[in-house]
Write a protein that binds this ligand. Structure first.
Ligand SMILES: Cc1cc2nc3c(=O)[nH]c(=O)nc-3n(C[C@H](O)[C@H](O)[C@H](O)COP(=O)(O)O)c2cc1C
Length: 586
């Protein structure tokens, strides 16, 4: 059986005049690209009315914005996410800076922006909002209001898409011959998300103890990747993107649920790294490398529902989908999906899924995305070795053991001297102070310690004289005190002021924010008199918020500020780069 799945028709070249549309995406994790391509497909389905020439959508990655002649573009749809602590995705940063600095007239452009984000982060959808505002300042005409998407809220995405489709119906655009040639400017040799470097795993070591037997024992590893021969450069504070492979028994399980052998040949999907057009691989290979077996897209449920007419699955599917696809409005569906993987769903609704072809199902599956880990080593010390700190994810849902894809790939499957695709994700808003005398307050519990290992080793290497005060937190002193030896060595030398919160070694929980509260006088002096830089790394949802609250309390109590003044003070520190965060939502 040889069938096509999603050939790369997105790279099409138009050789006849038409009405052109630019679909520009800026992505860190691939979702913006997926939506831009969906909009492309939707536009392609539009029929021309009254003898008008067809629409000619072109999907372009914002990293290639230099190929675009904006004076020749008339219809622009931007799909862009926000990354880091409210910054544009790595590959869209030059575009974003260019747009902010551009002072020409873009009044001929009709546009709309879809801003992707996650409301758990303080700067929700900041990049999309900024792009929307800037286009409006440059006198472009907004034809559909900017929509903000909270995580994967398909209700909002579909609403935006449909508004665009309706708008296009009434839009008059002068047809012309397409000028856009993308490939000519895609000559950057630096390994990036879609062009990773195959890096050898040199060292892997367990950072947590396998001797003590706590019930809540963590499993965290340190991995060292060899970058020799790559053109990769990085700065302390950046992250390493790693492409994992799925677990073979889980792939076999899914193949069984798909009624496939795995030997069927399929096209390499369009999002695959090292994508060669018209390349074919076995279905098993494709599932190993390119598909997310864990996340169930609501579209898969819709597909099953469409096919469920008259079967015993119909009621269940109808009730799951009754409130729509939105994660906000249909928590019932999303909680249900959260506990399951693709194979579970296919098995549960096998009466329907057994009538679908593997390709029907594959076309509703999410692409396997790279995962990002803050780099825990400094390039000044060894530019060819890039280290990461990874907490291995294992959990149980519905009585079945589940695993995090990349974390167990690194721990259980990738062996020493084997290679995997990696690339750098820059984090320009998380940087050491240029002046080595500046004191630093670093707050990084758990794997949040990673970039501080890079920061401290770099400052140690440079013989920096500024104070390095580190707040680290873990569950148990004997168990998950990550990099204990290195940290205690630096502390012993007086280079690091080490403050550790062991949350579960006593009846009452102690976290980093509690230590910060106790050090209020000292921290106020460091911030107010010594212009210390504050760094926070780790969980955005709880830890970073609690630490922020504690900093506000210090400014109020020790600096006699009102809450509003304290918040303003921290915002100013943030805008001067003196309060930086590298946070994530687990
Ligand atoms: C490390 C990290 C940082 C993020 N920072 C923000 C943020 O500051 N503001 C926001 O609204 N969303 C933030 N997000 C959420 C992403 O914007 C959201 O997941 C989006 O759907 C990703 O789209 P993409 O795959 O096209 O990059 C962050 C996500 C991650 C993993």
């Amino acid at each position: 059986m040889v069938k096509k799945i999603k050939t790369d028709h997105y790279k099409c070249v138009y050789d006849k005049p038409g009405r052109q549309i630019l679909l520009l995406f800026g992505t860190e994790y691939g979702f913006s690209e997926e939506i831009a391509k969906k909009l492309f497909d939707r536009i392609c389905l539009l029929e021309s009315k009254n003898g008008q020439l067809p629409w000619q959508p072109r999907v372009v990655n914002a990293k290639q914005y230099e190929c675009i002649d904006f004076s020749r573009e008339h219809v622009l749809f931007v799909v862009i996410s926000t990354a880091g602590d409210g910054i544009p995705p790595t590959e869209a940063r030059h575009f974003s800076s260019w747009l902010l600095a551009y002072s020409g007239d873009l009044s001929h452009i009709k546009y709309s922006v879809l801003a992707l984000g996650d409301s758990n982060y303080p700067h929700f959808c900041r990049t999309g909002i900024t792009v929307d505002r800037r286009l409006s300042e440059l006198h472009s005409q907004q034809i559909v209001p900017c929509h903000k998407v909270d995580m994967e809220d398909w209700d909002v995405i579909n609403r935006w898409t449909e508004q665009i489709i309706t708008c296009l119906d009434a839009l008059t655009v002068e047809p012309c011959l397409d000028y856009l040639v993308i490939r000519s400017c895609d000559n950057d040799s630096t390994p990036l998300r879609n062009k990773p470097f195959l890096s050898r795993l040199k060292i892997k070591r367990l950072l947590t103890s396998d001797k003590v037997n706590h019930e809540d024992q963590k499993e965290t590893i340190h991995c060292e990747f060899d970058l020799t021969g790559s053109e990769i450069t990085w700065t302390a504070g950046d992250a390493l993107g790693i492409y994992p492979e799925n677990n073979p028994p889980e792939v076999d399980h899914l193949l069984k649920a798909l009624n496939a052998t795995g030997d069927e040949m399929v096209d390499v999907p369009t999002w695959a790294y090292h994508n060669k057009p018209d390349n074919q691989v076995s279905l098993k290979h494709s599932l190993m490398k390119y598909f997310d077996l864990k996340t169930i897209r609501p579209e898969l449920m819709l597909l099953l529902q469409r096919e469920a007419d008259g079967t015993s699955c119909q009621n269940k599917l109808d009730s799951l989908l009754k409130e729509g696809l939105s994660s906000k409005k249909n928590t019932f569906l999303h909680e249900y999906l959260y506990e399951r993987e693709v194979a579970d769903i296919l098995e549960e609704f096998c009466e329907v899924s057994s009538h679908l072809s593997p390709l029907d199902i594959l076309n509703q599956m999410k692409g396997l995305q790279p995962r990002y880990y803050s780099i825990s080593s400094s390039p000044l010390i060894d530019k060819d070795t890039c280290c990461v700190t990874v907490a291995v994810v294992r959990y149980i849902t519905l009585g079945k053991p589940r695993t995090g894809v990349t974390t167990t790939y690194l721990q259980d499957r990738l062996t020493i001297n084997q290679s995997c695709p990696v690339f750098i994700s820059e984090n320009p808003e998380f940087r050491l102070p240029a002046n080595t005398d500046i004191p630093m307050i670093m707050i990084g519990p758990g794997t949040g310690i990673a970039p501080f290992m890079a920061f401290i080793s770099e400052r140690y290497f440079k013989k920096a004289t500024g104070i390095n005060r580190l707040y680290f937190g873990c569950r148990h002193q004997e168990g998950d005190f990550l990099y204990r030896e290195e940290l205690e060595h630096w502390a012993h030398k007086g280079f690091v002021q080490l403050c550790v919160a062991f949350s579960r070694d006593q009846p009452e929980k102690v976290y980093v924010q509690h230590l910060i509260r106790k050090d209020a006088d000292l921290l106020w002096e460091m911030i107010n008199d010594q212009n210390a830089h504050i760094y926070v790394c780790g969980d955005a949802k709880h830890m970073a918020k609690d630490v922020h609250k504690e900093l506000v309390a210090i400014l109020m109590n020790k600096g006699n500020m009102t809450e509003i003044e304290a918040e303003k003070f921290l915002t100013e520190l943030e805008s001067k780069g003196c309060y930086q965060k590298d946070v994530w939502v687990a």
